[in-house]
Design a protein around this ligand. Sequence first.
Ligand SMILES: [Zn+2]
Length: 53
Amino acid sequence: MSIFEYVTGWLLVLVLLAMLLVTPLVITHNRTLRDHGADCWWCHPRLLPHKRR
Ligand SMILES: [Zn+2]
């Protein structure tokens, strides 16, 4: 075995876990369209710096 294979396997596991965690959120978000507003970080991502208000 090699370290590259080890790292690649862990990356795959992490990606799969991330998808499993995100998919339900996306599904529920797409099915419920009424609980959204300015506070919904999904509709209004706050990860980006504020360019304008
Ligand atoms: Zn939303």
